[in-house]
Design a protein. Structure first.
Length: 319
């Protein structure tokens, strides 16, 4: 046992001796590595178990009455509530969406969108059948029809907020595709830097669709949804994906407000809905962005404490 120096405890002297011992030091380093690995495995297992319980207070709420039916105004505007979804065959197709909107005008009608895809071939598809299928899938996710208020709001914000386009796309896709919406909680509940675990999303999809999907279709949905969350910026990586934060923009915040209003949120709850969680946006930051949107004349807004007077006529306009 080492003799302590002046002012040093015997325990401290023993520790110094341990640190100077070559083999002992190597053993200690190996032990630390094993413990770190075990803790990492325990963290991942706990994270999966936590994500499987979507009824916890951390679960995102995409409508005010989570147990009830989708509000009628939301369905009329363009949201969907059934269990069928585009992600059984496609992703959010962000590049294709950008190409279609670049090839059309803000005031284009639905036939013009379809013509841009199937006749002008703005997506560069090799055959007529793939063009028609692309038009169908893009319409399923993004409407492409200004007769619906949800699309009018989306298109206006897309044209004005280039930095927020990926977030606008994921917001509308979640509103239109329950398969993608089912995987939101397993993705959004991950800590920044944590590895994405497919099992949590698999269980969420099983709860939504039951046994309607066989294993191969379910695996395809998992791949497509993971790709969509990567395109939106929430995940990063190819084989092993990790959680990243996204940065809300004024346009995406306005769209989140609109979706929250359609799905029944009112007052201060508008700034804490699941639509803002899709933007990794805190309620306080959501308020700041909403006030900036008011300054830009995108919405009419008055806030007094928990009283929020929101009018969206400027955003939606007439079809």
């Amino acid at each position: 046992m080492a003799k302590p120096r002046a002012g040093e405890s015997r325990a401290g002297a023993d520790e110094a001796t341990w640190e100077r011992g070559g083999p002992r030091l190597q053993c200690r380093q190996v032990c630390r590595q094993i413990i770190a690995l075990l803790l990492q495995r325990l963290y991942i297992a706990g994270n999966i178990a936590g994500n499987l319980n979507v009824t916890t207070s951390q679960a995102i709420r995409l409508q005010r009455n989570a147990e009830g039916e989708m509000p009628q105004p939301a369905l009329i505007a363009g949201l969907k509530a059934h269990a069928k979804g585009t992600h059984s065959s496609r992703t959010i197709m962000l590049q294709d969406l950008a190409a279609v909107l670049s090839a059309t005008r803000t005031d284009s009608r639905r036939p013009e969108y379809i013509a841009a895809i199937t006749e002008s071939n703005c997506l560069g598809k090799p055959t007529g059948s793939t063009r028609r299928l692309s038009a169908q899938r893009l319409s399923e996710l993004y409407i492409l029809d200004p007769s619906l208020a949800l699309y009018r709001a989306f298109r206006r914000l897309w044209d004005q907020d280039a930095a927020g386009r990926s977030l606008l796309a994921i917001l509308l896709a979640v509103a239109r595709d329950p398969l993608l919406a089912a995987t939101a909680d397993p993705v959004l509940s991950l800590p920044v830097g944590a590895e994405y675990q497919r099992e949590a999303s698999r269980q969420a999809l099983r709860r939504l669709a039951g046994e309607r999907f066989n294993s191969s279709i379910l695996d395809k949905v998992l791949r497509n949804t993971a790709s969509s969350w990567t395109q939106s910026g929430h995940l990063q990586g190819r084989t092993f994906k990790k959680r990243c934060t996204v940065k809300a923009t004024v346009g995406s915040a306005v769209f989140a407000l609109y979706l929250g209003y359609l799905t029944g949120f009112r007052g201060s709850d508008l700034f804490a809905s699941g639509w803002f969680r899709l933007l990794d946006c805190t309620p306080s930051r959501a308020r700041e962005l909403a006030l900036e949107a008011k300054r830009l004349a995108l919405i009419d807004l008055r806030i007094a404490g928990d009283v929020v007077d929101l009018k969206l006529d400027r955003l939606v306009g007439q079809g």
